[in-house]
Design a protein around this ligand. Structure first.
Ligand code: NAD
Length: 493
């Protein structure tokens, strides 16, 4: 399989002729190759996007939305085929891959609806015979940079609102997962999107991603990925006075109070800690448990982890797939060694899986630490693997303080049956997303998605909030008095 660039409606190899191998993390096999693009390819895509955007912005928004309805239908038709390809390039289990494609379908139909809204405000003017309103206008060419862990969903969160709002897109996907990008580009073309409105340029981060960030004709960058890279991009965008939206890491916690339904809490923790092998920005990597139920929760978690089947995600019985690559395995293992050195107690796991069945893929045993304290690095830093740390507390206030003590602020959850606890948590947890009696994952596309503190820079993906990234507000005053009226002066006071 080949994933070439999609520029101005045509498939093109990188101008340098270079390419990178794409590996299936479940078995280490090379499944294809992707273009390794340079700044010249980015420039060609931006030129095409800039030219196409001028016409696209003139298409009435409800007409632009019709393309998204067709995109949604095509995604739906191809859901199974796309999900299988997604599992092959990224490793997540097939059930989750289907869920990810479904997110794209939901986003398409939801954002298509925005084509008939894109609401602005009309408001009275302070002057007689004058009309005032604000409207959303497109920004121009949108640069999108995404990670490998949600290779299609994140691109739909960003590109669908951008396109319905009248922008053109240049997308630099993660090099590990180019095939979902290829499929989405093909679907856009088939759905009738004019050439040049949606472009894909594959390549490594610093070269291709860097060129997109620096390009003078790209006024807005929407990035999802790690904090290190997000910070670098923000610095560059600051210097260039570009608009930039950053969605980055998390250190998400599930709080389990002493009145919680422990069966439900265990289900929520297992799903959100070990689903996608812990490689979700919203993955649960801390469990903050009331000391009264700690021993019982630990016992039940241990039992549950032992039932998890690990393997190739294409096998319907598998619950935990591989991690993305060898480098990720090594990073996870370094954190586990660090946890042991810091004095945390390893309850289960703590090693990579090397038996015959796992030898060629990248598998790590689901791992639980207990007796973890809030200052330990395993309780503060993003590990991005199947590793969860249990911390014990004596009250809701302490649980909330521990939850809020990290630099990240993406998602948090609380299991309790006490309505007072619920409302205190809803008010006092400082994350962008809060779940009550559910794990830390499971965002729905019509609500804003993103985090506070080190997770982001105040913007949101998904929901109507996403439109704020891809539009500028224009305030318009129409004076029909036939004379000069001066605001704040000729108000008649
Ligand atoms: P990453 O930061 O390494 O890469 C993300 C993207 O940035 C890739 O396309 C990469 O090629 C590109 N990139 C790398 N260096 C670049 C540079 N110098 N200039 C421009 N682009 C560059 O992240 P990853 O390893 O692919 O993904 C995992 C991270 O993503 C985790 O930290 C996870 O929490 C985060 N994530 C966040 C969210 C969210 O919405 N908050 C969602 C999913 C993943």
């Amino acid at each position: 399989m080949k994933a070439w660039n999609f520029i101005d409606g045509e498939w093109k190899a990188a101008s340098s002729g270079q390419r990178a191998s794409v590996i299936n993390p479940a078995n280490g096999e090379v499944i294809g190759e992707a273009a390794l693009s340079t700044a010249a390819d980015i420039d060609a895509a931006v030129k095409a996007a800039k030219a196409a955007q001028k016409q696209w912005a003139l298409v009435p928004a409800p007409k632009r939305a019709e393309v998204l309805y067709r995109v949604g239908s095509l995604l739906k038709e191809r859901k199974e085929q796309l999900a299988r390809l997604l599992t092959m390039e990224m490793g997540k289990v097939i059930e989750e891959a289907r869920g990810e494609v479904q997110e794209g379908i939901d986003m398409a139909f939801y954002m298509a609806g925005e084509g008939r809204r894109l609401f602005g405000d009309t408001t009275p003017s302070e002057l007689k015979d004058k009309f005032a309103m604000s409207v959303r206008v497109p920004v121009g060419v949108v640069g999108i940079i995404t990670p490998w862990n949600f290779p299609i969903a994140i691109a739909t969160w960003k590109s669908f609102p951008a396109i319905v709002a009248g922008n053109a897109v240049v997308w630099k996907p993660a090099l590990e997962t180019p095939f979902m990008a290829r499929e989405l580009a093909a679907i856009f073309a088939e759905a009738g999107l004019p050439r040049g409105v949606f472009n894909v340029v594959h390549g490594d981060g610093p070269t291709a991603g860097g060129a997109l960030v620096e390009h003078p004709d790209v006024p807005v960058i929407s990035f999802t990925g790690s904090n290190d890279v997000g910070r670098q991009i923000a610095e560059k965008c600051g210097r260039l006075l570009k608009k930039v939206s950053l969605e980055m890491g998390g250190k998400n916690a599930v709080i389990v109070m002493d009145d919680a339904d422990l069966t439900l809490a265990v289900d929520g923790i297992i799903w959100s800690a070990f689903g996608t092998s812990g490689q979700r920005c919203t993955a649960c990597s801390r469990v903050i448990v009331h000391e009264r139920v700690k021993p019982e929760l630990e016992r039940r978690l241990l039992e549950a982890v032992k039932t998890l089947t690990i393997g190739n995600g294409l096998d319907e019985t598998v619950k935990v797939g591989p991690v993305i690559h060898e480098e990720a395995l090594q990073k996870i293992d370094r954190y586990v060694r660090l946890g042991v050195e810091e004095g945390a107690k390893l309850l289960i796991g703590g090693h990579r899986l090397r038996d015959d069945a796992y030898a060629r893929g990248f598998y790590y045993a689901p791992t639980i630490f207990t007796d973890v304290t809030p200052s330990m690095r395993i309780a503060r830093e993003e590990i991005f693997g199947p590793v969860v740390s249990i911390l014990s507390v004596g009250s809701l206030e302490e649980a909330i303080a521990v939850n809020n003590s990290v630099d990240y602020g993406l998602s948090s959850a609380i299991f309790t049956r006490d309505v007072n606890n619920v409302f205190r948590a809803m008010r006092d947890l400082d994350t962008g997303i809060v779940y009550v009696n559910a794990g830390t994952t499971g965002a729905e596309i019509h609500l804003p998605f993103g985090g506070t503190k080190g997770t982001g820079n105040g913007h949101r993906d998904s929901g109507v909030a996403a439109l704020d990234v891809f539009t500028e507000w224009r305030s318009i005053y129409v004076d029909f008095s036939g004379k000069l009226q001066r605001a704040q002066i000729d108000t008649g006071d």
